[in-house]
Ligand binder design. Sequence first.
Ligand code: ADP
Ligand code: MG
Length: 170
Amino acid sequence: MAKFLKVTPTIQRFQCNPQELSVLAGDFSRCLMPGDWIFLIGDLGTGKTTFVQEVAKTFDIKDKVTSPTFSLIQEIEVSSSWTSVKKILHLDLYRLKYPKDLYYLGLESLFDKTKSIVFIEWPDIFSKEDWNNFFALTQCTEPSRMIQIKISYAEKFRDYEIVTVSKEGF
Ligand SMILES: Nc1ncnc2c1ncn2[C@@H]1O[C@H](COP(=O)(O)OP(=O)(O)O)[C@@H](O)[C@H]1O
Ligand SMILES: [Mg+2]
């Protein structure tokens, strides 16, 4: 991860139930810029996919956002005029066995730094070296900004810790 650290990260914490999550997702989506990669970290069932679905809703997506647990990657077109984000890529790496499988995702042809943002569930199953190799060996451009969201369980809500590593802040 240190590869992405350009300045001291800012950390923000939120607690939300499913209803309140739409407000957080709305605020979050307005901060997103093409080229962003969002790493979602948390146990099974903590709400990673739900978070992506809520963010997608604020982008006025027509198609239903499903969990890419089996497809590994989902591509969502955005047509909203208020944002320069035109495509959301949603990856779930849980079922990838080997870091080398990253190369077969075809991310390099799907990710356009000027249009796309990428959400990645289970990025932590790969080491920093794997990601460095991925960028080195494919044509995939590196993210402009990396945002890390750690989600943890709480009784009827979830705890979200959002860390951004951009110069602009968040
Ligand atoms: N903020 C939240 N508060 C309470 N429950 C939530 C919240 N976000 C998601 N959930 C619930 O947690 C469950 C698992 O969510 P999911 O997004 O599939 O998790 P993951 O992708 O991390 O495995 C779902 O039933 C969902 O409704
Ligand atoms: Mg999921």
